[in-house]
Design a protein around this ligand. Structure first.
Ligand SMILES: CC/C=C\C=C\CC(=O)SCCNC(=O)CCNC(=O)[C@H](O)C(C)(C)COP(=O)(O)OP(=O)(O)OC[C@H]1O[C@@H](n2cnc3c(N)ncnc32)[C@H](O)[C@@H]1OP(=O)(O)O
Length: 318
């Protein structure tokens, strides 16, 4: 099998020197360079009030919710910064994978119940339809925050310790991979504060756990569920003994992903999300169109050559 792969690569190499492939890959590279030059330089200043962004390894970014004295609760400033941060990460060629965690005692207590911005709209003197318009805009803005996590083509690994409540479930449901500590617990708490969850839990959580009955039970009762149950229903994929071990495990998997072809990894995320939201035949069609361009990437040749040569491929920034 390896011999035939070597032969194929040699043939491809010959074609390359005959300028058949070379011209198309060069054209693609030029198009990418041209598009980059035309777009504004990505803003990679990660200076936020409620988030800390670290760079623990090459191509790995770590976003840490950083309101430990407020239990990493979420207010309009947090939502705005999360959206801005993930939009920047999406454009940052130094980032291929993201770890998301919370500083302090717990991952997050969800909505900041002391924040009055919602209340101000509800209690204003305007008529109900005007209030509803404002409220709809307000909620949509919050939704965009976690949708930015999903839209970021770089895989996002949520690392959850202790409590993950309400908006925390919305947030990590938009992530790609979820790890937690043995002491972690989760709660779709919204019904207990008199609202139907509206920032993505009802849309994403049931699809992750693939158990409609349980998703409804957890939503209607606001019952806490603990790490073992979260793993048994597929909400998290690994349980680590403590936060230190979890962060190490998250960094290990992040480093592994960061060494792969960014074209392949990011294309996989985009196609997985598309396929989640479409029929199998629509997903296959989208995948074929996607790869008809992306299979022309240099990364394919580099990965195959490295496999044959038993070497480690190094991929260009994306
Ligand atoms: C448009 C709508 C968009 C989004 C909607 C999202 C919906 C949700 O997120 S619903 C969930 C809301 N969150 C909660 O209901 C959590 C409530 N808190 C708790 O259950 C507990 O406090 C705890 C997080 C489990 C921690 O318990 P414990 O360790 O025993 O500490 P406490 O003494 O209870 O709390 C310490 C301190 O933190 C304050 N606090 C806790 N949670 C919140 C919160 N969500 N918002 C604001 N403040 C919170 C608590 O009041 C204490 O403050 P002190 O000043 O020290 O009294």
């Amino acid at each position: 099998m390896f011999a035939s792969l070597r032969t194929s690569l040699r043939l491809l190499g010959q074609q390359t020197s005959n300028c058949v492939l070379k011209s198309s890959t060069e054209q693609n590279r030029n198009l990418v360079l041209c598009a980059r030059a035309m777009s504004s330089t990505p803003n990679t200043n990660y200076d936020f009030q409620s988030l800390k962004v670290h760079s623990p390894a090459e191509f790995v970014k770590h976003v840490e919710m950083n309101r430990p004295n407020k239990m990493n609760t979420m207010n309009p400033d947090v939502w705005r910064e999360v959206e801005e941060c993930f939009d920047k990460l999406a454009d940052d060629e130094e980032c291929r994978v993201v770890i998301l965690s919370g500083a302090g005692k717990i991952f997050t207590a969800g909505l900041d119940l002391t924040d009055t911005s919602l209340l101000q709209i509800v209690t204003s003197d305007e008529d109900c339809s005007r209030k509803a318009f404002k409220m709809s805009k307000f909620i949509t803005k919050f939704q965009q925050s976690f949708t930015a996590i999903e839209k970021c083509p770089k895989p996002v690994i949520a690392a959850v310790h202790s409590a993950c409540i309400g908006g925390g479930i919305d947030m990590i449901s938009a992530c790609d991979i979820r790890y937690c500590t043995q002491d972690a617990w989760f709660q779709i708490k919204e019904v207990d504060v008199g609202l139907a969850a509206d920032i993505g839990t009802l849309q994403r959580f049931p699809k992750i756990v693939g158990n409609d009955s349980l998703a409804r039970e957890l939503t209607y009762t606001a019952r806490k569920f603990y790490s073992d149950e979260a793993k048994s229903i597929g909400f998290v994929s690994r349980i680590l003994q403590d936060k230190e071990q979890m962060m190490k495990a998250a960094l290990d998997v992040a480093t592994c992903i960061a060494a792969k072809s960014p074209v392949a990894v990011q294309g996989s995320k985009i196609n997985l999300i598309y396929s989640r939201d479409h029929s199998v035949s629509e997903g296959l069609d989208y995948n074929a169109k996607w790869n008809s361009a992306m299979l022309q990437s240099d990364d394919l040749m580099k990965a195959a050559t490295a496999f044959v040569n038993k070497s480690k491929p190094v991929f260009a920034k994306l």
